[in-house]
Write a protein that binds this ligand. Sequence first.
Ligand SMILES: [Zn+2]
Length: 397
Amino acid sequence: MYLDICRGVYNWNHGERKDWIQSRKNPIDRCSIEKEYIISADKPFPNYNIQANNLTQYKKQYPHLAQVHSQVLQSTLKRLDQAWDDFFKVEGRGFPKFKNQNRFRSFVYPQIKRSDFKDPEIRLPSIGWLRIRKSREYPRGMTPKQLRIVRKATGYFAQIIFVSHESVPEALPGETSLGLDAGISSFVASSRGELIKTPEFVLRAARKLKSLQRRLKNKIKGSVNWLRLQNKIAKLHFKVANRREDWLYKLAHNFCAVTDNIFVEDINFKAWQRGLFGKQIGNSAIGKFLNQILPFIAWKTGVYYQKVDKDFTSQECPSCRLPTGKKSLNQRVHNCQYCGVTLDRDVAAAKVIERRGQIAVGQPVKSKNTCGDRGAGVEQLTLFAAEGTRSDLVTGL
Ligand SMILES: [Zn+2]
């Protein structure tokens, strides 16, 4: 219900913005062929401030709006504002959409206090105390900042962001290094010769999902059986995503435990994902691992993390450093024609990355823009979010 009201506010205000844009599309002395709302020429674009102001007015008109805490509605408008902002500023971002129930799953309390937590309950302003199942302990010595309620396939979840007032010093490069490369034949390869495979449970779940999705086609859209199956698919997705994430965190801890420095290749995985390896990369979540989880765990455990220049890592011999030329995708082995060294191709690339990292230590490789995930609770993460465009993706392999 709460969600529906937020969604209504979102969609209504989105419509208002859209109408405004539409009304400016045609020259003023001509009539549009399609029907447009006529909005007077001096009416300013309904930005966040205007819409937030209007919201207070509408509350008098529509009492049901008052059921939702005012800050929650404001943060809903903020979210709309962000979507529009991104559309204009972030390359490749689509035009904001009207949200149906499936696309609108969360709302945010932008301010929350310590006193709103009382085991095992949590107080949602204007809703009251709710019993929750705590998935982890609240961090000590940190201040709760924001609370997001998310609807997922298995129920409602509370996501709490805590902020720390102490600054954590950045890790400094140490003695031992580890290079990691997003593998072609494996999930990830390390410069110490490890080849990590995507776990079997992920592959199995992917097959299972595929078969369920095939079955979905035989059902009538919207029917009870269709819904039941849809729900089953959503639950499986959720379960697998959780298990995979768990696996990724453990993997990151394993890597961080054996080295002082970690170097990874600076690849724009988003663009890569759209390209040739969509499926494999999408499944294995390598981008999330190298760009988000690994830097976070490294930061937590005091391991130095850095990205290095990605170009030609697979075309250089890690042993004699000579360029050995392009490898085709199905070529699994690096076999140097100059020094005769034979290695798995992913391991060879990881070794090149390690060496580049050692050379680059202390100096950033390239400047990156820092428009990362705004929702992330940890500031450091945004530093590593690579957002660039890259069209020559295949050449580096
Ligand atoms: Zn060589």
